[in-house]
Design a protein around this ligand. Structure first.
Ligand code: SF4
Length: 354
């Protein structure tokens, strides 16, 4: 059995017209979605789920309604507004890209190669912008679309080795004459993957392309896509320091612009490695609890030190905890100390005044 490209496209788009999601960056059925909104949403959606992105997208489009507004914002504001969304190099590239597009007049290029020359825009994002914002027949393949295509074409080679095979079938679909709605098709596949062709127990019986799906026909849909075993994440350790002043403000630094969490507001920490050395000038008592945080490339265990001295060392400053704009790892530490301080206060007897 050979899947019929025309039927796959037609049935997927018909299903999308009836069941596709309403999303704040989406203009369903219209050929011209706003390239700025498409770009912004696609950068935010890299490695991040739709529910997590929605409030950030709304905040950014309200605060920075055009690419010029974003370009003219300070990097501190952008990092603070991005805090909690993770993968912070995206925020730095977002700002750099906005500056370039703004300086060139504010229009995003339509061409995939020109889009890929902009900071933070790789093959996938360039394809998505070219297709969704400019209606071009570009291949758009994310992890969800990989899953659908692996199943429809019963590709049994494990990922990532199967990527070229998936790319070939995607190329045939996206560049087919039957693809008369290039701006809708990638979004239709994404929604189908999220609602019907789910990672576990896909809902094949109600799937609009089940008659074209080889994996369903063979009864192997739950086994696909296969994946090569991932190597275990390396483990690193470190110290993180919690120091507050008389007003209850917390000591922070602005992290170096390059590297992990670059440019973000952070708590003072040691290096993160197998054998971290305590940070000079910071001493105090270690808490019994440690904090674990998983980054893409390693797993971090932080020993938390409550610092006793009260003067801010050079290069650090005190800020209100609510205004710190911490990335997730430091939010965890901050929550721990706020909870532990509240528990301590509740144990202190209240002085009777009358
Ligand atoms: S039939 Fe099942 S496995 Fe095939 S595309 Fe539809 S939901 Fe996915």
């Amino acid at each position: 059995m050979k899947p019929q490209v025309k039927t796959i496209i037609q049935n997927t788009l018909d299903w999308y017209d009836r069941h596709g999601r309403e999303l704040p960056w989406r203009t369903k059925g219209a050929a011209h979605a706003d390239p700025y909104k498409v770009w912004l949403s696609e950068i935010m959606l890299q490695q991040t789920t739709v529910p997590a992105v929605k409030p950030y997208f709304e905040k950014f489009t309200e605060k920075y309604p055009t690419v010029h507004d974003l370009a003219n914002a300070s990097s501190e504001d952008i990092m603070r507004d991005w805090a909690g969304l993770g993968y912070y190099s995206r925020a730095r590239n977002l700002h750099a890209c906005a500056k370039q597009v703004s300086a060139a007049g504010g229009k995003f290029p339509r061409d995939k190669a020109a889009l890929m020359a902009l900071p933070g825009i790789g093959d996938y994002t360039a394809g998505a912008i070219a297709a969704i914002a400019f209606g071009q027949q570009a291949s758009v393949i994310d992890g969800n679309i990989e899953r659908v295509l692996s199943r429809v074409y019963a590709i049994e080679t494990p990922l990532p080795a199967s990527k070229p095979e998936i790319k070939d079938v995607a190329q045939v679909i996206y560049h087919s004459n039957a693809n008369t709605r290039p701006h809708d098709l990638p979004q239709a596949f994404m929604d189908l993957a999220t609602a019907i062709c789910t990672p576990k127990n896909p809902r094949c019986v109600i799937c609009p392309i089940n008659k074209q799906c080889v994996a369903f026909k063979l009864g192997i849909q739950n086994e696909l896509p296969k994946r090569a075993k991932k190597a275990e994440r390396p483990k690193r350790k470190g110290f993180v320091y919690w120091m507050t002043d008389a007003k209850g403000r917390v000591l922070v630094e602005t992290r170096a612009p390059k590297g992990l969490l670059g440019g973000m507001t952070g708590l003072p920490t040691s290096d993160w490695n197998d054998d971290p050395q305590a940070l000079n000038g910071f001493s105090g008592d270690a808490e019994k609890t440690t904090i674990k945080h998983v980054f893409t490339h390693f797993e971090l265990t932080l020993t938390m030190i409550r610092v006793k001295t009260k003067a801010a060392p050079e290069g650090y400053r005190f800020v209100d905890i609510e205004d710190a704009g911490f990335p997730s790892v430091f939010k965890k530490v901050s929550k721990y100390f706020q909870r532990s301080n509240a528990a301590f206060r509740s144990k202190v007897p209240v002085k009777q005044t009358r």
